[in-house]
Write a new protein. Structure first.
Length: 146
């Protein structure tokens, strides 16, 4: 699947950068969450645009079901039984990472789980695990719309 290969390959990377680029587990949880947030947000927005004929304000409200920290915390807990051991480790690393800014209007525990959730998506993206990302997103849709 080529649709997730957005700026994922850069032939101009230096050797040290290339080594890290090819091993997502070497990235910090914050870096993984940074990438995962973008990947997940694109999935959510693409899904909503393709499946709902709403005005933008209503679409934004629909997206909130997916992206607020409390929702992501609930989702990652629900997905736990289908995660691999490596995926669980990434989630745990993200969840336990040092938080440098206090979350606004969110519980700290939800924010931590959401960071783990986003770290997982960043990790899978950097590993080029497109099919796994799409499988997990399908499971997320089942959870949200059950």
């Amino acid at each position: 699947m080529d649709k997730f290969n957005i700026l994922n390959k850069d032939d101009n990377l230096k050797d040290s950068q290339t080594k890290k680029h090819n091993k997502p587990e070497l990235h910090s949880p914050a870096q993984l969450a940074f990438a995962g947030d973008a990947v997940y947000e694109m999935l959510v927005r693409a899904y909503i645009v393709k499946n709902f004929d709403y005005n933008v304000n209503v679409m934004h409200k629909e997206a909130i079901k997916f992206v607020k920290a409390a929702s992501q915390a609930k989702l990652i807990k629900a997905l736990d039984t289908i995660l691999t051991e490596d995926e669980r480790k990434i989630v745990k690393r993200g969840r336990n990472a040092k938080i440098t800014s206090a979350p606004k209007n969110q519980e700290m525990i939800d924010y931590r789980y959401a960071t783990g959730f986003e770290s997982l998506f960043g990790y899978l993206y950097l590993k080029n695990e497109e099919e796994r990302i799409l499988y997990l997103f399908d499971e997320i849709l089942k959870i949200i719309y059950k």
